[in-house]
Design a protein. Sequence first.
Length: 165
Amino acid sequence: MLPHPFKAHDSQGHYQINQPVHSQDIIKMANYLTRQRLKKGTDLSSPEKSYDYLQTLLQNQEREVFGVILLDQQHRIIQYQELFQGTINQASVYPREIVKQALMNNAAAVILVHNHPSGDPTPSMADKQLTQIIKEALALVDIRTLDHLVVGHEGYRSLAKMGWL
């Protein structure tokens, strides 16, 4: 359902409003549209494409949020799930829960994602170590870890592109 006060227009992909809106309404609409773009069947073929979808959802969060994009064999989205929330600089992440969600959704691959509320997307050594632990846990059940994206308002970093995966 569209967030108030937005209404669908006759042309697909166009929306209208007939009153002034607050910036929070615009952010709600942007999040709604992003979730629509992250729906089942969307092809994710690059870190840049993944970041385009995740930027709106994660870059301005006040707390650290850790999620996973579950993918089928052709790297199309099955589902995006935010699994853990933390404080301003950390979130407790449990590999067991990630494996459980991947198996429940019959995922062949995953992209791990989290934000840095500070805005600086530079991964920490703890991010690198956690990624390796999750990758190994998923590999035990034949699920590939394609990437781990760290998102901030200053951009993103792909651990795969950095050679950390």
